[in-house]
Design a binder for this molecule. Structure first.
Ligand SMILES: [Zn+2]
Length: 164
């Protein structure tokens, strides 16, 4: 690993945030989780190390910065796969009117029998039930960005500890 990528070195990198490319700076922490990658402690957010992929020499000559990528442990990947297949099996999620303390006015559910949606009024748009395609929800679940939806912890995130 080149000395400029040693621990403590300053680094500029790009990251996809909600579908936009932003440039961030940070400090090299250690070798990253895959070949030619590093863990970087972003300025102002050092508690959340970001894995970045280093550009090849040719890409670097062309001015390309290291790029942050999403790295999941095998257990996280398994959970993500379970969430995505659950949503894709349903084909879509549906919204119900559901005010909460965080200022959300809707919640989105995959399971037609979800107890967290039971008894709540279905949200409508243009006179039809408000739904969101599985495709868009899967993008959100896998961190590819898009507008955030208040997805049900129980029947979309599959957080089994949530019972109410
Ligand atoms: Zn639900």
């Amino acid at each position: 690993m080149a000395s400029r990528f040693k621990a403590g070195a300053r680094l500029q990198f790009t990251q996809q945030v909600n579908g936009k490319t932003v440039t961030r700076t940070g400090e090299v922490w250690s070798d990253g989780p895959v070949v030619s990658s590093l863990w970087v402690l972003p300025d102002g957010d050092r508690r959340n190390p970001v894995p970045v992929k280093l550009p090849t020499a040719r890409q670097e000559d062309a001015g390309q910065l290291p790029e942050a990528f999403v790295h999941n442990s095998p257990a996280q990947q398994e959970l993500l796969a379970a969430r995505c297949s659950n949503v894709s099996r349903r084909g879509q999620v549906y919204a119900v009117l559901d005010a909460d303390l965080l200022g959300n006015t809707l919640s989105y559910h995959a399971d037609p029998g979800c107890p967290l949606a039971a008894g709540k009024e279905p949200a409508r748009q243009h006179g039809r039930p408000l739904t969101v395609s599985a495709h868009r929800v899967i993008d959100l679940l896998s961190g590819k960005g898009g507008v955030g939806l208040n997805l049900c912890r129980r029947c979309v995130w599959l957080d089994m500890e949530v019972t109410r």
